[in-house]
Design a protein around this ligand. Sequence first.
Ligand code: ATP
Ligand code: MG
Length: 472
Amino acid sequence: MLDFCRRNLRKGNKAEKKTALVTHSVLPPLKRLSRDQHPISRKQISPNALKVLYRLKDAGFEAYLVGGCIRDLMLGLEPKDFDVATNAKPEEVRQVFRNCRLIGRRFRLAHVLFGREVIEVATFRGHHSQPDENEEGQHQLSKASEEGLILRDNVYGTIEEDAERRDFTINALYYSINHFEVLDFANGVEAIAERKIELIGDPETRYREDPVRILRAIRFATKLNMQIAPATAEPIPQLASLLKSIPPARLFEEFLKLFLAGKAFDNFMLMKQYGIIKQLLPALHKAIAQEPEGKVFQLVSQALQDTDQRVADNKPVTPAFLFAAFLWYPVEIRSQTLQLESGLPPVDALNIAMAEILSDLQQRIALPKRFSLVTRDIWSLQNRLARSRGKRALTLLQLPKFRAGYDFLLLRAKAEGGELQQHADWWQRFQQENESGQQQMLQQAGPAADGPSGKTRRRRNYKRKRSSQPKP
Ligand code: ATP
Ligand code: MG
């Protein structure tokens, strides 16, 4: 959880302006739900999370379960993980638990480790202080950039202040082991009943503090089957460009949550509607805009829907495949332009186009190399799968990336049909055949389909002949 505070910490930025961002409470009166007024039973809570709460309590601290886990339990869903908020400082948390690791240099969080389960324990965060008053305090500084982006978030505070710093009203629910109460600081229970995603405080200010909240609003709306409240939705299109200021590594992590958690298609459609695809994947946006319901959109939709289906079936999914789908047509378009304008041969043009498009992507979203290499392989295989029907077909079949490349060909065939469908059918049969069947298919595939291809080989032979001739 509270990843955002760690990630927002950046080293000294000259443009930092010392401002107080929030000076008075925007919260409604606190509502307390006693045990008989909410559905959360201790049986549904991770025993390790309960252990953390009791140990902190015994050591004289306040401790609560907070955020997504309480929201999900209220909704009858199984929480992904359990997060704790406490008035104990990170060092104090460490003294209570031996199995504890402090992480984050400037904003310290405690991870209490129980085998593979990690319970994240965060100290209540407070309001942003007035300039200078806390300058010397190591953990007491919050700063905002000129644009209102929070660069540091290191002030500790009360539970009320902690609630106010959270993003959505449904995420500001706290569960206490004292009387097994739920503390509702921002009318989150009502919002859950109304199925409404609503930011705490002034939406524009909250988006400017951390534009990733735009993506989180969309993600929670689709994940929880809720609507974004009008005032929370309204500023999104205008502020979507703020996402460009988010560090690419953080955006990649958000992309994983948006696209590999079972709601990829719905998230994409909302992101498109709110003008976010235009900001984060401008090349894709342009390609779709040329023909809104055309093959580009079909390919991407199919890839997203297939991904959602795989997640539902508990099959593995990879971001490499999705990025291959997002950027395949931009690569094709660029490659064609390079051939036409610079007279580059197709293979060279494709290589340059792939490198350009991937490097452009890295400026915004840091797709790790282990994935971008696979994306590249998938793209490179497309031409080879379309042409190599001779003996090379057998070699291709042995390549580790064959499966991904073939799956991508199927996807393109679904989006475009025509000749691609024939190639896809041929490969499907080829894989099903035994050795002799495969040999037969290779013989049947006439010279036109042979190699990458007959033409290239002829050219090579021609060169070989020439170079073997004695020079005059
Ligand atoms: P899930 O884990 O299901 O994606 P979550 O709500 O638990 O949802 P986390 O990213 O785990 O999301 O964050 C835990 C809690 O921390 C949130 O419920 C929210 O209260 C707070 N939080 C997380 N990110 C932000 C943010 N960018 N701004 C303000 N509060 C945030
Ligand atoms: Mg969580």
